[in-house]
Design a protein around this ligand. Structure first.
Ligand code: E4P
Length: 227
């Protein structure tokens, strides 16, 4: 499973990219708003993320509401950098836009996926990525892990490799809030987990690792003191 970071914050992206284990970035309008960014700076901000994560897919979301608008905005976003992926929220208009953009070689990440039929329709329309949400299901007292497991199983039943040279559609498990969500996504075989900064940092640590390191350091001090 690959790790993406789910943020538009440049410092968070820089730090996590420096670990050497990051495979991409996802953003959305809410995450950009959280940075305090203005409309006029949006495209420049996406370019900065693409430069930090050169060669890694960076999802930039269209806020257009018509097929024509999404196609136009998608082409403009895709022209910003070679690693841009155009993110579209699932609906009839975005399916049509996805088909057009994909036929032009532009990668689309279809987002706000909550059901198996939505994921299959997005894949049929040529989406390079589909993003089912876990945490927002949990928020309404449903089991997000189970819902996303259904989507992973259903997409895995079919071969979408005919659509592009990279082997078809990949599932980005989104709306992840905890290291346990990440674990569950790996166990059900999601291709990618996109994880917010705070949860990604938690994925890196474990109390037993902290304790173990402290005792290695203490024991090594004894060795060096005797030398
Ligand atoms: C990423 O692609 C999604 O937009 C994001 O994971 C949503 O997360 P949230 O449900 O915590 O807002």
């Amino acid at each position: 499973m690959k790790f993406f970071i789910d943020t538009a914050d440049l410092d968070e992206i820089r730090e996590c990219a420096s670990w050497g284990a990051l495979s991409g970035v996802t953003t959305n309008p809410s995450l950009y708003a959280k940075t305090g960014g203005k409309l006029a700076d949006f495209e420049g901000h996406m370019v900065k993320i693409c430069e930090i994560c050169e060669g890694l897919p960076v999802s930039a979301e269209s806020t257009a509401t018509t097929t024509e608008g999404m196609v136009e905005e998608g082409r403009r976003l895709a022209a910003l950098a070679p690693n841009i992926v155009v993110k579209l929220p699932i609906c009839a208009e975005s399916l049509a836009a996805c088909r057009t953009l994909a036929s032009e070689g532009i990668k689309v990440n279809m987002t706000l996926i909550f059901s198996v039929p939505q994921a299959l329709l997005a894949a049929r329309a040529g989406a390079r990525y589909v993003s089912p949400f876990v945490g927002r299901y949990d928020d309404i007292a449903e089991d997000g892990v189970e819902r996303v497991a259904d989507i992973v199983a259903a997409i895995g039943n079919y071969d979408f490799g005919w659509w592009n040279e990279e082997g078809g559609v990949e599932i980005i498990a989104a709306s992840l809030r905890t290291p346990n969500h990440v674990t569950q996504m790996a166990l059900i075989g999601a291709d990618i987990a996109t994880v917010p900064y705070a949860a990604l940092k938690k994925c890196l640590t474990h109390p037993l690792t902290v304790n173990g390191l402290a005792s290695f350091e203490a024991d090594w001090k004894k060795v060096t003191a005797e030398a």
